[in-house]
Ligand binder design. Structure first.
Ligand code: AMP
Length: 377
């Protein structure tokens, strides 16, 4: 059995975005050394790391250098080739595994895994040609949504087909004719997500669901706890635990779910820290980033209880009006608000640049204040 990697050791992180940056901050706070790997030299996690390797995912010489001296390797980005993880795992324990990554990064494999595991998810059919799409709409029915198998996120690579009048050939062309899944549309009342951590020896920790509110297909607000019944929250936590066990997760997994009439339909899996868990940094016993580190290193997992109701609002590049740095004192003057900026350099519209977490006596109050701070920028 793999031995825990104690603080003082070196953790390698594949990917250098904000999720890696915040994981690196958590790891360094625990006394680990951190090495990051990303094709970009300017990756925002690099500033936190002791060492940063800039190379392509397929550069085995660079991967060998990166892995040398690491006691554990993990990842923060979903679209890393599983072959990269497989290569690194030959010399260092790497969590999550290439197989978990391969399942979660491809919608077809992900949905097939969920269905085979008896996890409730939207009805779907795998489509690999226009003819298959034409047949699939008959079994799945309308409305439905056609999704690419690979590289989908934040609503990208999706076409909604509202009625039988929908132009299937145009939808097929729009997803690039690359194949994917046709999914039944779920008329949900709310989107939630659950974070679950699991160690190599099967210990688990699960957080209460967060409620997610999107704008233009990008997460805008995440509220904790979600405004759902205790029974629905319990069902969501149980499903996340069951998925973590069935997929043999080691690390952290975010499970995105729809709530429909009080029941859960699982939408997507992300085997890494998740945007909807950022409030755990300031508003929970253990942040998702520290939990991620604890899970991959095989340490005792931390508590998951909320310390207060909270709301997290994303700061997209749009907040930098005319490229100007916003006046952050407006946020910093609020004692219940915490500002997180990722030092990503150029602010482009839609680019995730930071977030604010607000804690308050109720989640409604936290949401109201987070929205007000966001609007004031
Ligand atoms: P995804 O990239 O699969 O996470 O989807 C992005 C967003 O599209 C989700 O957060 C939902 O708001 C919406 N969506 C995706 N699939 C469905 C579905 N089957 N039914 C209803 N809404 C969906």
């Amino acid at each position: 059995m793999e031995r825990p990697l104690q603080p003082g050791g070196t953790i390698g992180i594949l990917g250098g975005g904000q999720l890696g940056r915040m994981s690196a901050i958590a790891a360094r706070r625990l006394g680990y050394k951190v090495r990051t790997f990303d094709p970009s030299a300017g990756a925002c996690a690099a500033a936190i790391a002791d060492e940063h390797v800039t190379a392509d995912w397929s550069d085995t010489a660079a991967l060998t250098r990166f892995a040398q001296g690491c006691g554990r390797v993990t990842l923060e980005f979903e679209n890393i080739p599983p072959a990269t993880v497989e290569f690194v795992a030959k010399s260092v324990p790497c969590h999550p595994s290439a197989s978990v990554l391969a399942t979660c990064q491809n919608r077809r494999r992900e949905k097939e895994f969920l269905r085979a595991s008896g996890i409730p998810c939207a009805d779907f059919a795998v489509v690999s040609s226009l003819a298959e799409l034409q047949a699939a709409v008959k079994s799945v029915g309308f409305p439905c949504v056609l999704k690419t198998a690979d590289f989908g996120y934040d609503g990208k690579g999706q076409v909604k087909l509202p009625t039988a009048e929908a132009d299937l050939a145009a939808a097929w062309a729009k997803i690039g004719g690359a194949g994917g899944v046709l999914e039944a549309w779920v008329p949900f009342q709310m989107e939630i997500s659950v974070l679950v951590a699991r160690t190599v020896d099967g210990r688990t920790a699960v957080y209460d669901p967060a409620e997610n509110i999107h704008r233009d297909h990008i997460l805008h607000l995440s509220l904790s706890p979600a405004r759902i019944s205790a029974a629905t929250a319990a069902e969501a936590r149980e499903l996340a635990l069951s998925i973590a066990d069935k997929i043999q997760l080691v690390g952290l997994l975010a499970v995105e779910m729809f709530v429909r009439d009080g029941r859960i339909v699982v939408n997507e899996l992300a085997p890494r820290p998740h945007n909807s868990g950022h409030q755990t940094f300031d508003a929970h016993e253990t942040s998702q980033f520290e939990q991620h580190v604890r899970a991959v290193c095989g340490l005792p997992l931390g508590g998951t209880k909320p310390l207060a109701p909270s709301a997290m609002v994303n700061l997209l590049g749009d907040v930098w009006r005319d490229g100007q740095e916003p006046d952050w004192t407006k946020v910093l003057a609020d004692p219940s608000a915490k500002l997180h900026l990722y030092d990503k350099g150029k602010a482009a519209p839609g680019r995730k640049m930071g977030h604010i977490t607000v804690t308050a006596p109720t989640v409604e109050e936290a949401m109201r204040r987070a929205e007000a701070l966001h609007a004031a920028l």
